[in-house]
Ligand binder design. Structure first.
Ligand code: SF4
Length: 235
């Protein structure tokens, strides 16, 4: 069976972002990404120089670790990365679903996979201009088309006015999707503490921005895990 390069499996913890914020979750972080966002806080799961720390695991071994961490309780499993869409998570999702686990997956929307249809939650997180990446609109649309019975939501991190303007334009093209905006975290060094007040201040700026525009569609959230743990890994 195909193996998957996995950077981390950890939990139970809480989901810190988006539509499932606060939900008890086991995280599976895939190794490898087709982007190099300027502010990526997960380079240990992106940069191939870390590849030695991404063991190739069979889905059954990943599932065993999930069951061990969750004590056999079918929590939500959140697959993140990196970009998990560069690998085939279909067999793991099928295995977990047969055991009662629900699966969420976050991707920037650059690669569509047919197994997106088996997810309970597909979080599409296109990257704004400050990332220095340029989303492929056709690929993003293909990801949307691959959706199945589960929910799909749009999550965009905002660092500045240019990101905000871009997010408005992008979201307007997808009026049917639940929309979550989060201020970005400019501190990417896992050794440097992040002050919860700094996270709150960036969220206050974003609240002021949407209120000034009377744009009441998005839900505004902090990155809760950053507020609680900064850039610490494995929580
Ligand atoms: Fe990092 Fe996500 Fe950008 Fe990949 S898409 S480089 S994981 S922020």
């Amino acid at each position: 069976m195909t193996t998957l390069r996995i950077a981390e499996i950890f939990g139970p913890t809480i989901q810190g972002e988006g539509a499932l914020i606060g939900q008890p979750t086991i995280f599976v972080r895939a190794g490898g990404c087709d982007y190099r966002c300027s502010w990526c806080d997960s380079m240990h799961a992106v940069d191939s120089s870390f590849r030695h720390s991404w063991p190739a695991m069979e889905p059954a071994a990943i599932m065993a670790r999930i069951e061990d961490l969750s004590g056999g309780q079918p929590l939500t499993v959140s697959i993140s990365g990196g970009n998990p869409a560069i690998q085939d998570f279909g067999p793991l999702i099928a295995m977990g679903r047969a055991r009662g686990y629900g699966f969420a997956l976050e991707t920037q929307g650059s690669i569509a996979r047919d197994w997106f249809a088996d997810l309970d939650m597909l979080v599409l997180s296109p990257k704004p201009p400050s990332s220095n990446e340029v989303p492929d609109i056709a690929a993003f649309e293909a990801c949307l088309a691959a959706r199945g019975r589960g929910e799909v939501s749009l999550k965009i991190v905002i660092f500045d006015d240019a990101d905000y303007a871009w997010a408005r334009d992008f979201a307007d093209r997808h009026p049917d999707l639940p929309l979550y905006l989060q201020p970005g975290n400019p501190e990417v060094d896992p050794e440097v503490p992040v002050m919860a007040q700094d996270v709150a201040d960036r969220l206050l700026w974003l609240v002021g921005r949407v209120n000034a525009d009377r744009w009441f569609r998005p839900r505004l959230l902090p990155q809760l895990h950053v507020m609680l743990w900064g850039n610490m890994r494995g929580v």
